[in-house]
Structures are given as C-alpha cells and as structure tokens.
Design a protein around this ligand. Structure first.
Ligand SMILES: *Cc1c(COP(=O)(O)O)cnc(C)c1O
Length: 308
C-alpha cells in the first residue's frame, strides 16, 4: 500500500546562485498530504496495523493528524483525530476529507491530547506526532532516496518542531553511512525549544509558543532529539518569523510551491552564520512542506512582519 511518494531532489538554480553553493531541495511538500509526515506516519501506521491495531488515534490538528488520517484511509483502518477548539476550520476540514472522525475537545492541545489518550483501548494505536522510533524509521526513507541518486552532501538543513524529522534524518544518514554530514536544525524565534535544549543540555519547556510557525510549536523536544545531537554533528539556526516567511515567498516565486513558515525557516537558515555552512559546497534543504498556509496568508504575514 502506498502511503508516501518518492520525491525529487531538485537543484535550485535560484538559491544556488544567491548562496554561491549548490543548493538542492528535497521536495517533501509534494507528498500526498503536503508534508514529509506521510513517510513516518505511513510507516508507523502500517506496522501498527500488522501488529493488530484496529483504529488509529491522533491529537494533532496539523500535518501529523492529516498524515495519520491519510494513512488510515489507505490502509483501511478508521482514524480518530482529537483537536482543540483553537484548530482552524480549514485544518479540521482537510482531516475530515480523509474520512477521519474529527472530535473537537478542550481549549488547548494539552486537553485535546489527554482526551485522545483516554480514548485509546486495547486494539487502538496512539500515533505520536514526533516521538516514536517507527516514525523515525519512516522519515529516514527520504535519506535512502537521496543516497540512491546523489553523492554525499556537505550539509543538510531541516526544520525542528518536536524533533521527529531530525531523528528520522539522522537515522537515515547513519544507515547510509553518511556519519559526517552535519545537520542544520532550523527553528524560529519563539518556537526554539531545540536550540534552548542544546544550550542547556537538557529538555527545556517553553512557557508558550510565540512564533507564527505553528508546526514548529512543540513546547519541548523529545529527549531522543537531544540525544541525537551527542551522536551526530548538529548545528542550530534560529531565524525570525519574517525571515521564515521570506523563505516561503522565495520557494513560491522560484519553485511555485506553497509551504508553511515552519518550512520557510529551513530556507532562511541558508543565511545562518554557521561553521558547517561556511565549509559547505553542496547543501540539501529538506522542503518539509505543510498545508496550513495560503498564498494570501503568506503575503499578509510578509506585510505585518515587515511593519513590526
Ligand atoms: C511536523 C512538521 C515539522 C516539524 O517536525 P518535527 O518532527 O515535529 O520536528 C516541520 N515542518 C512541517 C511542515 C511539519 O509538518
């Protein structure tokens, strides 16, 4: 059963000329539900089904919940997604369109999450948005694809929310013997739970998320993401919301693709002053995607953030 696509590794002439390096884009925005989440969620859900799961439960109103809904539909397993009242109508509609049952519960994600977990019975599988080894195994397939078609890059840039993508990419680099390829972990100011954890050398709980990059808005990263940085070279880049939106607009103009600021942050990180980037000639940016942004919204953010 196909729960994700192979995606192109696109050489960006526009970004390459601007950065004076070869910049290639791994186009995860072209997955069936618009983000890399189809890889991990698809893999995890198929394994849970093999183990006997008769229902999948998620508490993500974002790209993770949408990917679980898609995987459930493809695998013929019913899906329940519990979201808080704050989840936009559009996101609820997209999840419902994948035939998942959407339950609205609570004022915050924590309340929705607690309710979702209370629904989990013996033959259900709870699908975590970022902290599950099976997700990482699935996300890692993007590196397998790159390794089949390209030579070893000098650096890989990706965005970090809870750290599932990061753990998956590092798993992929390890299993392809690309142990020395540094990973640049991009976040926005106000959603920088990974940068703060690296600095403190322990998982840090942000009091609140103040960035528009809501898909990066895990208040704490997984302990596995923190541990990964002790086993693999990782450098952190924290960019402004305005820079992340500018990254989105650059992808829109040059490559005709709409992504969330969560993804634009990785494009913005190309300009970060980091040792791994200064040395690099060949850089891959994981275009992680995200469906919760429209062209109008990107332009509106661009206007308001420039004024601020
Ligand atoms: C989920 C997501 C992220 C963050 O991924 P984590 O695994 O939580 O670190 C980044 N960008 C987009 C578009 C996402 O959907």
């Amino acid at each position: 059963m196909i729960t994700h696509f192979e995606t192109p590794l696109l050489e960006s002439r526009a970004l390459s000329r601007r950065c004076m390096k070869t910049i290639s884009l791994k186009m995860e925005a072209w997955q069936p539900t618009g983000s890399f989440k189809n890889r991990g969620m698809g893999y995890a859900c198929s394994i849970y089904r093999e183990r006997g799961a008769e229902r999948f439960i998620s508490s993500s109103g974002g790209n993770a919940g949408l990917a679980v809904a898609y995987a459930g539909r493809k695998l013929g397993v019913p899906v329940v997604v519990v979201v808080p009242k704050t989840t936009p109508e559009r996101a609820r509609r997209l999840i419902a369109r994948e035939d998942a049952e959407v339950i609205v519960h609570g004022d915050s994600w924590n309340e929705a999450d607690a309710f979702a977990r209370s629904l989990v019975h013996e033959n259900d599988a709870f699908i975590h948005p970022f902290d599950d080894e099976l997700l990482w195994m699935g996300h890692a397939s993007m590196i397998d694809e790159i390794a089949r078609s390209a030579s070893q890059p000098d650096a890989i840039i990706l965005s970090v929310g809870g750290g599932g993508l990061l753990c998956g990419v590092i798993e992929g680099l390890r299993r392809n013997d690309w142990h020395n390829v540094p990973v640049i972990a991009a976040e926005t100011v106000g959603a920088d739970s990974y940068a703060q954890a690296l600095k403190a050398n322990r998982v840090v709980n942000l009091p609140a998320i103040s960035s528009i990059a809501t898909s990066l808005g895990a208040r704490a990263v997984s302990s596995a993401a923190l541990r990964a940085a002790t086993q693999h070279p990782v450098e952190s880049a924290v960019v402004s919301d305005a820079a992340a939106v500018a990254g989105c607009l650059e992808l829109l103009e040059e490559h005709r693709v709409v992504v969330e600021p969560a993804c634009g942050a990785s494009v913005a990180a190309l300009d970060a002053d980091l040792p791994a980037l200064q040395r690099a000639r060949n850089v891959i940016v994981i275009v992680c995607g995200g469906v919760n942004a429209s062209v109008e919204q990107l332009h509106a953010w661009s206007r308001t953030l420039a004024v601020a």
